[in-house]
Design a protein around this ligand. Structure first.
Ligand code: PRX
Length: 635
């Protein structure tokens, strides 16, 4: 029998040892006993990080939706698969059973097929958190199409870039979306994006807000009438374990967003196994992850991981502040949520509000609390533990990335003793390494370094869509034969890991990954701007906020500064999305640069963070005098 469900610490250590001594045998056993394969693999793993190439369960055949839906129909057909909680608390929640989900996915799959989508085609999904979103992912997977979900908070420009990068031929969207008091014109955003996307032939439009929208003749179709007509069963396409399941874009420190490619078999096995253990999921639990399916957290831990375990997964359309700051807790009470998984930024925002919002609700159903997306600070950890968990629900601080597909370092609740701010121990099968500046592994405990992973795990991304060289350069070139995460970490006396944050030019704002380069490029497009540099600085709710240093062109100098600030932020909103707006913009006459012309962000970061006690040696700069000017006028 495989160790599918780990229940105590000794078992964790024993299973961990087994998983690293012989990873192939370990994962083979898990895969064999807990999943439905149409054909078993010829070889469990082949890999070479220098190429890089990783293949799990070679030549195995399966369809992930048969694992996430069909195989539960006999035992859990009536059970709620997706529990949809709408934005408006007065609108009724929907309990979508596994039967119903099967029918809806099959119908959607048939609609996609009728609209010319074939195995291997890319489908862009730009939808709010409504059931059609989860159904669309699964429908693509049903027929072997590759989904590329774009978070519905991205602008038309960002959407167009992503559609074109992976050459999507069909877009699924909605007339609009509800977010708290606001309703957003999603279809309008799609229309603008598609002016630059000649490859898109069809747009399927779900109805949500009933907003008046323009339907483009020959291209746009209302989804519901097509679903009504479609047949309610659809034979699952047989996929190879290494066929791509989806593309999901993430920001890099430079250049365009990276379309991370995840494949089918390994991703399924790893997300399902981590879900079961890290949330200690039991049959009648009600699991709720508050992320948006537009991010990897939603893909792996709202859709695939929970459904592969036959779980009930809550999908929440709204925001934590609507109709008031008690909404999360009201939903927990209403649906008797047992596992609650959210981001530190949400915890910090709610911790600032009146305690009545939490105390007025019965949270006694909760058994496990989760945190993801950025380091959780000690204060937020204690607030979460005391007020939400009542010191009775372990917090799993889960470290992972879009690229890793699943959770990599995390406590297992009721198994691993937790320590605030520590993601604690590597999950089963994960072999972390901390590296020093000279490229050597730092062994032992009480050490710090750059976090790498030494051995492949089943859900590692296989490439960047259309750019394998960039995949190699970004993740496998810094340290030989190791996957480099871009994060720094320390390992304490007992071997627990604490993630200290990004060591590259990626800034995490409210749990969202933002690359500096695309934001700077956008700012530089403003006619009055000559050059700019972005850094992060600590923010008590967002974790980090963005601070922009902007050099104006000569004519720009005469312009009103506040107007300029508004215009720059407007431009960012249009080109990327409101999540990338700058909190502070300082106009400067120069930026500190090395003699080779590289901007010294380290210095700008310190000034933005009001941490100017030790700026280090600035004498080697091309223009050391600029540092004082920037400091004197710092905001
Ligand atoms: O810096 C780490 C941070 O988020 C990055 C990955 O972002 P993304 O690909 O958007 O995926 C987020 C959701 C999985 C990481 O490189 N990060 C994520 N979780 C944690 C974290 N930092 C500290 N602690 C965490 N628990």
């Amino acid at each position: 029998m495989s160790n599918y469900h780990i229940k105590h610490l000794e078992e964790y250590f024993q299973v961990y040892r087994k998983s690293v001594r012989n990873p192939e045998a370990f994962w083979e056993e898990i895969a064999e006993e807990h999943f439905l394969w149409r054909k078993k693999w010829d070889n469990v793993l082949s890999w070479d990080f220098s190429k890089p190439e990783v293949k799990w369960f070679e030549n195995a055949k399966l369809n992930i939706t048969e694992n996430c839906i069909d195989r539960h129909l006999t035992t859990r057909g009536e059970k709620t698969a997706i529990l949809f909680e709408p934005n408006n608390p007065n609108e009724e929640a929907q309990h979508i059973s596994y039967y119903e989900l099967h029918k809806r996915v099959c119908k959607m799959a048939n609609v996609l097929k009728e609209n010319g989508v074939k195995k291997g085609d890319r489908v862009c999904i730009y939808l709010p958190m409504i059931p059609e979103l989860a159904v669309s992912l699964l429908a693509c997977a049903r027929i072997g199409a590759i989904h590329s979900v774009v978070f519905a908070g991205f602008s038309s420009n960002a959407l167009a870039t992503r559609i074109n990068d992976s050459d999507c031929k069909l877009v699924i969207t909605s007339d609009g979306s509800f977010r708290g008091k606001k309703s957003i014109d999603l279809k309008g955003i799609v229309d603008v994006a598609l002016n630059d996307c000649p490859g898109v032939k069809t747009v399927l439009v779900a109805k949500r807000t009933n907003a008046e929208i323009t339907m483009v003749e020959g291209r746009d179709k209302w989804l519901q009438p097509l679903l009504d007509e479609a047949y309610g069963d659809c034979v699952a396409e047989i996929m190879d374990a290494e066929d791509p399941l989806f593309i999901l874009y993430t920001s890099g420190s430079t250049g365009t967003p990276k379309g991370m490619v995840h494949t089918t078999g390994g991703y399924m096995v790893y997300t399902a196994y981590t879900f079961k253990n890290i949330f200690q999921y039991k049959e009648n639990d009600i699991y709720w992850c508050t992320a948006d399916i537009g991010w990897i957290t939603g893909h792996s831990y709202i859709v695939y991981g929970p459904l592969a375990n036959g779980a009930t997964t809550v999908m929440f359309e709204g925001v934590p502040s609507y109709p008031d700051f008690g909404r999360f807790w009201e939903v927990v009470e209403k649906h008797k949520v047992t596992q609650f998984y959210t981001a530190p930024t949400a915890i910090r925002a709610l911790a600032k509000e009146n305690m009545d919002f939490v105390e007025n609700h019965d949270l006694s159903s909760l058994k496990v609390l989760g945190s993801v997306g950025e380091p959780i600070n000690e204060e937020a950890w204690h607030w979460y533990n005391n007020n939400v968990g009542k010191n009775n629900s372990p917090i799993v601080d889960t470290w992972w990335q879009t690229e890793t597909g699943g959770i990599m370092i995390s406590p297992i609740p009721y198994v691993t003793p937790t320590t605030p701010t520590y993601a604690t121990l590597p999950f089963i099968g994960i072999q972390p390494a901390l590296m020093d500046e000279n490229g050597q592994e730092v062994k032992g405990n009480q050490v710090e370094g750059r976090l790498c992973i030494k051995y492949p795990w089943p859900s590692i991304a296989r490439t960047i869509w259309g750019n394998h060289e960039r995949y190699r350069d970004t993740y496998f070139s810094a340290y030989k034969d190791k996957y480099f995460t871009g994060d720094g970490a320390l390992r304490d006396g007992v071997g627990y890991y604490r993630i200290t944050g990004r060591v590259d030019d990626v800034i995490i704002v409210s749990g969202h990954n933002l690359g500096t380069a695309p934001i700077e490029d956008t700012i530089n497009e403003h006619p009055a701007v000559a050059e700019s540099a972005i850094v992060g600085f600590p923010h008590d709710v967002k974790g980090n906020a963005l601070y922009g240093y902007v050099i104006l062109k000569e004519f720009g100098e005469t312009r009103d500064r506040d107007n300029l600030r508004n215009e720059i932020n407007q431009q960012i909103t249009e080109h990327i999305g409101p999540i990338a707006k700058l909190d502070k913009i300082q106009f400067v006459t120069g930026l500190p640069k090395t003699r080779s012309g590289k901007i010294m962000r380290r210095i700008l970061r310190k000034i933005a963070s009001n941490d100017t006690g030790n700026l280090g040696d600035i004498s080697t700069l091309l223009n050391p005098e600029i540092v004082k000017e920037i400091m004197d006028n710092s905001l």
